[in-house]
Design a protein around this ligand. Structure first.
Ligand code: BDP
Length: 670
């Protein structure tokens, strides 16, 4: 938040009167580290916004069942503003909510008086390695300075915690899911405890990614077989040690039998056996196991997107009550657009969590704008039809259908030690949007974009309109210039930044040709009944809809169907023409943002203005690169002319095949 002095004098005077006396009321009514931070935030924020120091009082009040553990409520009378919550955490969230209202220059009386989170555990997953690098991180090195800890505790941990708490994040997994077993050694436990001490005062719990083979690597055992009594005993004693140092540890996150990580299947056991041994060790301490559903090793040759469903549906009901299965939004891997994962709704006896990626691995990383709230909204609003129409992913997740008390949303963090936290200044909006949506899974992408813009840049309507229109159109523009109509998986191997649609070598489901299946006849992955039959993993209504090109929503057309280049779309265009026109549309959209961004020069500080200006220029070139590469490559199959309205490629296909977009500092224009 900017905490800049409000210029509108009338509004300022109105606010001053209302917030000069704030009464924080919790069940205990006692000071605590979290309450102290709530006070500090209010004092600092209100001083910045209004230039006054509010009087802040603490009182006790009776438990209010409407507010749950973390909700808050405001009440105003003629002399003071009352902020009510049952817990200290609720008061901290309410304090930030009040500051948000002031910074957005909204009328206090119009603010939502009561707010309760939709999701219980709102977590960031850091893919940070112990050597300071970040897997798929594009904002510098890890925030956690392992070599300095525990003696030096960076001031940035506190700022990070403040930012997280301001949007309701209440847990962070601090190490990569491709985990290093050293995190369980005593040297590291004290370092983790030092981080946990800072985060705790902002209501944030630490979780650890656990390497399944830790009993061997740190424990010196011969096996990590989850059914071996000595392995179970090792986990119990390790967990006991951890809780001595970090009494409120949230639990473990586990990536097992996936992409080379060890897991229970190494011993012929199931994912449930693996998760349960950890769950039993954590249970006495109130900890949970978050087990990832991102697995696709079991049956070589099977359509990759079917594997997680095949693996976990038979295990429904076999997990302990403190196990959560964390499912990526789509069945493949954080592509710019994927249909929702068929596991949502399919395992009603298992507590599930949603995993999204805030870091833009496949959406332009730190170079391109792609505001992700519209994508997450799309997933949350997807109707699974399980058990019946109206069972959206959001309702399944937040427990409103099942009555489940435990609910989890996790976002793979996009933060690093860059001065601006996220690399691209506009990527901060994704961190913000993640927290806000996890708190309230009904918020619209538009309202989040507007909020963020007002809190980050300015409240003038034309600034808000200009920036939010860039944000709100950005994800669709990226889809258009990368892989529209449901195409996926055509990224450059390893770094996943630019296009490499010709990639055909290596493990088949790590190639591009596996996914696009372009040939002389057409393009797309046939997942209908006559193809891989992945459609069958969805509810019958959806299987029918997705499984025929005529009824399939066009945004998922090539995900589920192989169609001819001449296939007519609703627009009247052939698939080939539409495909090319979409690439051009994506490029044109970025050009429009560049023009609009220029109009902000008088009102945005020069530093951010110029950084974003340069990045948008880069994004236009990235979009052109994608357009030219994909059109030229797919034209070798379609053998059709580039339609009118699409610019001629800048280079020939050979040029694009011999250069790597991410490595070209400024992509070459001839
Ligand atoms: C993929 C990333 C890889 C991660 C993996 C995961 O490319 O680096 O380890 O997801 O989620 O998107 O485990």
């Amino acid at each position: 938040m900017r905490y800049e002095l409000i210029q509108n004098q009338e509004l300022k005077a109105h606010y001053e009167k209302q917030v000069k006396h704030i009464i924080l009321e919790s069940e205990s009514g006692k000071e605590s580290a979290i309450i102290l931070n709530a006070r500090n935030e209010l004092t600092r924020g209100i001083h910045g916004l209004l230039g006054i120091s509010p009087e802040i009082e603490i009182r006790a009040h009776a438990y209010n069942s409407h507010l749950g553990e973390e909700g808050y409520e405001f009440a105003m009378d003629s002399t003071a503003i009352h902020l009510l919550a049952n817990s200290d955490q609720g008061l901290l969230y309410g304090s930030f909510a009040l500051l948000r209202v002031l910074q957005q220059e909204e009328v206090l009386e119009h603010m939502a008086l009561r707010s309760v989170p939709s999701i219980k555990l709102r977590l960031l997953n850091h893919w940070d390695n112990l050597n300071g690098t970040i897997e798929r991180g594009y904002a510098g090195r890890s925030l956690w300075k392992w070599d300095e800890l525990p003696s030096k505790v960076s001031e940035r941990y506190r700022d990070y915690a403040r930012a997280c708490a301001s949007i309701g994040i209440n847990g962070v997994v601090i190490n990569n899911v491709n985990a290093d077993a050293r995190i369980f050694t005593s040297d590291y436990i004290i370092k983790v405890a030092a981080i946990a001490d800072v985060l705790r005062a902002y209501g944030i719990r630490v979780y650890l990614s656990a390497r399944f083979s830790s009993p061997i690597e740190t424990g010196g055992l011969k096996t990590a077989d989850p059914l071996s009594p000595e392995v179970a005993a090792w986990w119990r004693s390790e967990v006991n040690e951890l809780y001595k140092a970090i009494p409120d540890l949230g639990g473990f996150l586990v990536k097992a039998n996936s992409e080379g990580q060890p897991g229970p299947q190494n011993y012929g056991r199931t994912h449930a056996d693996g998760a349960n041994v950890l769950a039993d060790a954590l249970k006495p301490h109130g900890g949970i196991v978050i087990w990832r559903a991102f697995v696709y090793e079991s049956r070589p040759g099977e359509d990759r997107v079917k594997m997680a469903y095949n693996e976990f549906v038979p295990l429904d009901g076999k997990f302990r009550s403190n196990v959560v299965l964390q499912i990526k939004n789509g069945a493949f891997d954080f592509q710019p657009r994927e249909p929702f994962h068929p596991l949502f709704g399919a395992i009603p006896k298992t507590t599930i969590g949603l995993e999204v990626q805030i870091t833009q691995e496949y959406l332009g990383q730190n170079k391109d704008v792609a505001f992700l709230a519209p994508m997450w909204r799309e997933v949350l609003d997807s109707d699974t039809y399980r058990p019946k129409a109206g069972a959206t992913v959001a309702r399944i997740l937040d427990g409103s259908l099942s009555g489940n008390k435990l609910s989890v949303v996790a976002g793979v963090a996009n933060t690093g030690d860059d001065r601006n936290w996220t690399g691209h200044p506009l990527a901060q909006a994704n961190w913000y949007a993640f927290g806000r949506l996890a708190w309230d899974d009904q918020l619209s992408a538009k309202s989040i974009a507007e909020e963020w813009t007002k809190l980050t840049f300015a409240t003038q309507p034309y600034v808000v309109a200009t920036i939010t229109s860039i944000l709100l159109n950005s994800r669709e523009a990226v889809v258009n210039y990368m892989d529209s109509l449901g195409l996926s998986g055509i990224f450059y191997k390893n770094h996943h930044f630019g296009p490499e649609p010709w990639l055909a070598e290596g493990r088949p489901d790590w190639t591009s040709v596996y996914y696009h299946r372009a040939d002389a006849k057409g393009i797309g992955f046939d997942r209908s009944k006559t193809g891989s039959n992945a459609v069958h993993q969805y509810a019958p209504e959806l299987a029918k809809l997705f499984g025929s090109a005529e009824s399939c929503p066009e945004k998922y057309l090539l995900w589920f169907n192989h169609v001819s280049w001449d296939y007519r779309l609703k627009s009247g265009n052939s698939v080939w023409d539409e495909f090319c026109l979409n690439y051009q549309k994506g490029v044109d959209e970025v050009r429009l943002w560049r023009k609009n961004w220029e109009t902000l020069k008088p009102v945005i500080d020069p530093e951010r203005f110029h950084v974003v200006r340069n990045l948008l220029a880069r994004q236009e070139l990235d979009a052109i690169w994608w357009r030219d590469t994909c059109i030229l490559y797919f034209q070798t199959f379609s053998k059709k002319p580039i339609p009118l309205g699409v610019e001629s490629p800048l280079h020939d296909l050979n040029y694009y095949q011999t250069h790597e977009l991410s490595l070209v500092e400024t992509p070459q224009l001839p």
